[in-house]
Design a protein around this ligand. Structure first.
Ligand code: MG
Length: 448
């Protein structure tokens, strides 16, 4: 085994105690150094915000929202600057994140599921929870689901041992469905524990549940998914956070999400689990139009396939494993989370499963010189007959249509200068690639 100490760096050496060094030398002598294969599989906590913008956190440039816990998480871990979801709205984005497959393959490409929906994520689809469960993981789902509501489509039907939360949005399109029954229910499993769900209470409720799950499963490997309702409309915060942010109520809500994440990280540290827990913090799509949410410096919002609709924050934290203080520019997507998590826990994926994600474990853990294997990302927005489509090829991004628009994201991440006229061959190549993804993932040429 070729393990040296040179790569550790002088600053790191100075900060280590003598005892640490003795333990380290013994570990190396015994052949159980910090090679990836030597570590036990990690706990995984995935925190998914709803409609949080690329520019809404201090560590992503926000000046008027204080996010000290997320900033610390980024300084102790890695902040990804080119992480994209697959669709700029809830259901297709979450379906892809949960399965590693394009939403067209799942029959969920073009809209959001409302409470009356009879369709949803098919039970046969493998979810993140089902990908880790064979390795003995306890699996908990807390928060918004939005992937099907009938029996057979709920979190506990999709590999989660437990569920607490609101399956839906809290906007009137969805709460109205429950008016006659006393309002939007909060469920534990299938049982109603409270109604109507109050937007101001959701972040603190979900935080309390997350801490209880971690406490209860501290002795065994666990996968915890926390799907916050916030800052999706109608956003609201606890009294302790109201009126505190320079960006008004929206900022208060994000500051409470920051607090919540700090509570989870503190609990992991308090239980001594920080060295064996990967925490991921991200969002399902960009900020809603006409709200104070921002994707700056990116163009566009939710409901668009500009970067502002698709590119969101992703912070990864796993002290000792995920490099600290790194900003990673590698291109990764929500499709990659399932194969990455499966790889980290050592669970082989079924042969023949048509996955659209790549195992990004080497990128996540910062192996030297490792580049993301991802080249393309096809994105579709198809709600309300307004079709918007884009495709990435590395730095290039084409918005399909007549005429098509081409942007060089490396030089122009704000998608301000259409260079389609200068690169007709590239435009054609990207159009063909998009046609291939459509065919492969069962997206019709025109909306029905
Ligand atoms: Mg959303």
């Amino acid at each position: 085994m070729a393990v040296g100490v040179g790569h550790l760096g002088l600053a790191n050496m100075r900060s280590r105690s003598v005892a640490d060094w003795i333990i380290g030398i013994l570990a190396l002598a015994l052949g159980c150094g910090d090679r990836p294969s030597a570590a036990p599989p990690p706990n995984i906590v995935l925190i998914l915000c709803d409609d949080l913008g690329y520019g809404d956190l201090g560590c992503y440039g926000a000046k008027d929202i204080r996010t000290p816990h997320l900033d610390r998480m980024a300084s102790e871990g890695t902040r990804f600057t080119d992480f994209s979801v697959v669709a700029p709205l809830c259901t297709p984005s979450r379906a892809a994140l949960m399965t590693g497959r394009y939403p067209g393959r799942l029959g969920l490409a073009t809209g959001v599921l409302r409470p009356g929906a009879t369709n949803g994520l098919a039970a046969a689809e493998m979810t993140l929870a089902e990908a880790v469960k064979p390795r003995g993981y306890a699996t908990g789902c807390i928060g918004k689901w939005h992937l099907g509501f009938r029996p057979g489509m709920r979190p506990t039907d999709q590999g989660f041992d437990s569920y607490f939360g609101v399956l839906h949005n809290l906007d009137k399109f969805e709460t109205a469905h429950f008016d006659a029954e006393g309002g939007m229910p909060i469920l534990r499993g299938d049982a109603v524990v409270e109604r109507p769900a109050d937007p101001a209470k959701m972040t603190s409720l979900y935080t309390q549940e997350a801490l209880a799950f971690i406490d209860a499963n501290r002795e065994r490997p666990f996968f915890l998914y926390v799907g916050h309702q916030m800052p999706h409309l109608p956003f609201d915060a606890s009294p302790a956070f109201k009126g505190k942010s320079a960006r008004g109520l929206y900022g208060d809500v994000v500051e409470e999400l920051d607090w919540s994440t700090g509570q989870i990280l503190d609990r992991l540290r308090g239980l001594g689990l920080e060295k064996r827990t990967l925490v991921l913090f991200t969002s399902d799509n960009g900020p809603e139009r006409n709200t104070p949410g921002t994707a700056a410096p990116l163009r566009g919002t939710k409901h668009t396939v500009f970067e502002g609709g698709l590119r969101v924050p992703l912070i990864a934290w796993w002290p000792g494993r995920v490099p600290a203080g790194r900003a990673c520019e590698e291109f990764i997507t929500a499709l990659d989370l399932l194969p990455t998590c499966a790889g980290l826990v050592g669970q082989p994926l079924p042969v023949g499963l048509a996955l659209d994600g790549h195992d990004m474990g080497a990128v996540l853990l910062g192996a030297e010189g490792v580049r993301s294997p991802r080249e393309t990302l096809y994105a579709l927005y198809g709600l309300n007959q307004h079709r918007r489509e884009s495709i990435r090829l590395g730095r290039w991004k084409l918005h399909l249509g007549a005429p098509p628009q081409l942007y060089d994201l490396a030089a122009d991440p704000g998608e301000a200068r259409d260079v389609a006229g200068q690169h007709p061959d590239l435009v054609r190549q990207l159009e063909l690639r998009a046609a291939g993804v459509r065919l492969e993932t069962r997206i019709p040429e025109a909306m029905p």
